[in-house]
Design a protein around this ligand. Sequence first.
Ligand code: ADP
Length: 506
Amino acid sequence: MKKVLIANRGEIALRVVRACRELGLASVAVYSDADARAPHVREADEAVPIGPSPSAESYLKGDVVIAAALRVGADAIHPGYGFLSEREWFARAVRDAGLIWVGPPAEAIAAMGSKTAARTLAMAHDVPVVPGTTEALRDAQEALAIAERFGYPVLLKASAGGGGKGMRVVRDASGMASALDAAQREARNAFGDDAVYVEKYIEGPRHVEIQVLADAHGRCISLGERECSVQRRHQKMIEEAPSPAVNAELRKAMGAAAVRVAKAAGYVNAGTCEFLLARDGQFYFLEMNTRIQVEHPVTELVTGVDLVQWQLKIASGERLPFTSNIDPRGWAMECRITSEDAANGFLPSTGRIEYMRVPSGPGVRWDSGVGQGSEVSLFYDPMLAKLIVWAPSRAQAIARMHRALDELSVHGIETSREFHLRVMEDEEFRAGAFDIQWLERRLDSLVSVPPPRAQVEAAAIAAALLAERDRIARSPRGAAAPAVSAMAPEQSAWARLARQRGLRGG
Ligand code: ADP
């Protein structure tokens, strides 16, 4: 492997460019019209235009991407996450074109492609799944009979589901028929497949996932868990590693379960097994994500393993040198900085980033797909960047994240920065006492707190500047006499100190 084409955009494309550079590999970016001046295009060694701004006409055009790779003489394709990353046909087409696919075999993607197939595979390998069925429901009658058996509440889920679509909670028999109808309709519209099955609805669980790495020589290891319960509408907002709810024993058991699933699927490369962790400590396998995840950096920071570099090394045939599961060191946390106005119902915000100050200092990592001058449009995902911190303990990681968010400044568009600051200040969050419904319950009080100090200060500075402008405009010939006369000696702290030390007379 010498040259890698990156079939993605934004922060993950840049992340892969960086991994390539450190490994001495050439990188090729692809870009749509809207991204012609994007950072991932500037940073890659080469860049190829692949079409108009809508992703369906550019980043999702598998044939165009493969043709671009062949044209520039790339020998591998890294798909990032989203877009083409979990399309079995694309993995196959890349392989058929004689290129290296930096991801799992198409067969493993297929094995994990539907929720019911993944459940069946997990059950066959002694990995616990949420009690329920695996067959598509025929009608409401059958759904009612199954719900009786498992007990309410139950969750109807689309087999082909993703992004929380085609899912309905049913609390009693009276709601079944309409919920089934809605779930099937939504699944048909979103995935062209209306198969829906039943799961027991778990009250107040956490979303905990396990990172695995598998090489092509039969070694598969787990790299511990990520806590991803802070979600809004099934979208993760904040992730951390390790999880406040997982001890060494549970980590070992979940890690072993994830490795069993991965091995059963013939998995190679980086992947993630998602679990629900119930209040009683029981865990249930949900599904496997057959790609690198947005939140992979928190695992990198607590394990010291560069996951994206290992994706590339595994794809070129290298063996994993790790023999056992790696224990986490310290605490890592990630906030997804999105172009959304949290105070206004997370309304998408678009426009030009006029000014951007990026946080830095000890333990801070900034993975971004935009910079000052970038145009943020509605064509793509609202995630602009990820702010990731590492510290020895969870409390220190929260303090560091708060400090880093304070340093971050973006002008021109609204971002989720304020929202994250409020979460870092929240008592329940700080105590680690949350589940997957926590954020939805807490949202109103988080986004309606009085304006923070920084905002008040900014308003005060703006008011002072406006007053100064008026004053200069009114003064003779616009001469800029000092606005505030030099402080009277008796008022100056310096002067007071000097007096106290006998350096200056009263
Ligand atoms: P999708 O692939 O559509 O995101 P998932 O199966 O990952 O669907 O479920 C999405 C989210 O719904 C999970 O992260 C969890 O928050 C919740 N969820 C899924 N299954 C259950 C269940 N059986 N009980 C309670 N909550 C669930």
